[in-house]
Write a protein that binds this ligand. Structure first.
Ligand code: ATP
Length: 285
């Protein structure tokens, strides 16, 4: 398999004796490099918990079972569930990064964008302050934040939601990870801004050979972006296949019901027939 992640029989249980709750019930999932793997399902199905478990950020007291195998771009391999906390900490952030629905969750309000971009980089990549600064400028250009020089001196509250999500993506990429977990990355954004972030994720996946796990309840977003789609319900996988298969020819009644609930997409404007229109509907692929 190319580098990336392979989950086999992943289980997660919360609570103590007497009030145990099985959150994940044996998840199989491949998240290969150069591909966007979509994880869909209604609220409470366990999507976020799967992403958190991959990053070792599951709630305290969770009991995990199964395997999460990580193969790095240079061939290193590990079962993340067997790593000691220190080794997991080193891998998280360096090799596996995460972005969330609310970009402010991963940004400190009182620290400049420059410090937030360069601190992780200097820690993980052991580079000088000036090298970190030039990398930070290049990253901000890559995620298309306008005027990167000025942006470095600013604080999070001085940016719009869409720009902040771009900055959070830049911070996630600062240590050159090979896996990016994106949990509802566009859910909090205006529809006009969503399409730009989705296009950016696609481009980063293709140019950096990233393995991206896209967690979203929104099958419209999924149909715009994911290469493969896995649908979860009650902590189990109910369907898996290529985007086309799952959206066009769903096998499970549950996936069918999610797709039937999608709106029909509005017609694209006559002067821009090829732009991504959001929200996307079931006719979008
Ligand atoms: N810290 C926690 N303690 C106990 N149970 C939790 C905790 N976090 C989540 N859960 C439960 O785990 C289950 C899966 O939650 P999860 O957040 O993974 O779902 P989800 O599919 O991502 O939905 P959403 O989109 O609403 O976040 C739910 O039943 C939820 O109530």
């Amino acid at each position: 398999m190319p580098h990336g992640l392979q989950l086999r029989g992943l289980t997660l249980e919360l609570g103590s004796k007497g009030s145990r709750k099985q959150i994940l019930r044996g998840i199989d999932l491949d998240i290969p490099a150069g591909s966007i793997t979509g994880l869909a399902g209604e609220s409470g199905s366990g999507k976020t918990m799967t992403g958190l478990a991959i990053c070792g950020l599951q709630p305290a007291g969770s009991r995990l079972g199964g395997t999460i195998s990580y193969t790095g771009p240079r061939g290193s391999a590990a079962n993340l569930l067997a790593l000691r906390p220190r080794a997991m900490n080193a891998l998280r952030g360096r090799e596996i990064a995460m972005i969330f629905q609310d970009p402010t969750a991963s940004l400190h309000p009182m620290i400049t964008i420059e410090a937030q971009l360069t601190d992780g980089m200097r820690h993980h990549l052991h580079i000088s302050r000036s090298e970190a600064r030039s990398r930070a400028l290049a990253l901000l250009s890559r995620v298309r934040v306008p005027d990167p020089e000025t942006a470095l001196r600013k604080y999070p509250h001085q940016f719009s939601g869409g720009q902040l999500q771009r900055i959070a993506i830049a911070i996630a990429l600062a240590s050159e990870p090979s896996v990016l977990i994106a949990d509802e990355p566009t859910t909090a954004l205006d529809v006009t801004v969503q399409a730009g972030i989705l296009r950016l994720l696609r481009e980063l996946c293709d140019t950096l050979d990233l393995a991206i796990l896209l967690v979203t309840h929104d099958l419209g977003v999924m149909s715009a972006l994911a290469d493969t789609v896995t649908v979860m319900r009650y902590g189990e996988v109910v369907e898996h296949g290529s985007r086309y298969q799952v959206i066009r020819e769903p096998q499970s009644a549950y996936t069918k019901s999610l797709i039937d609930a999608l709106p029909h997409p509005p017609a694209p404007p006559a002067d821009a027939p090829n732009t991504i229109q959001l929200p996307l509907g079931k006719d979008a692929i």
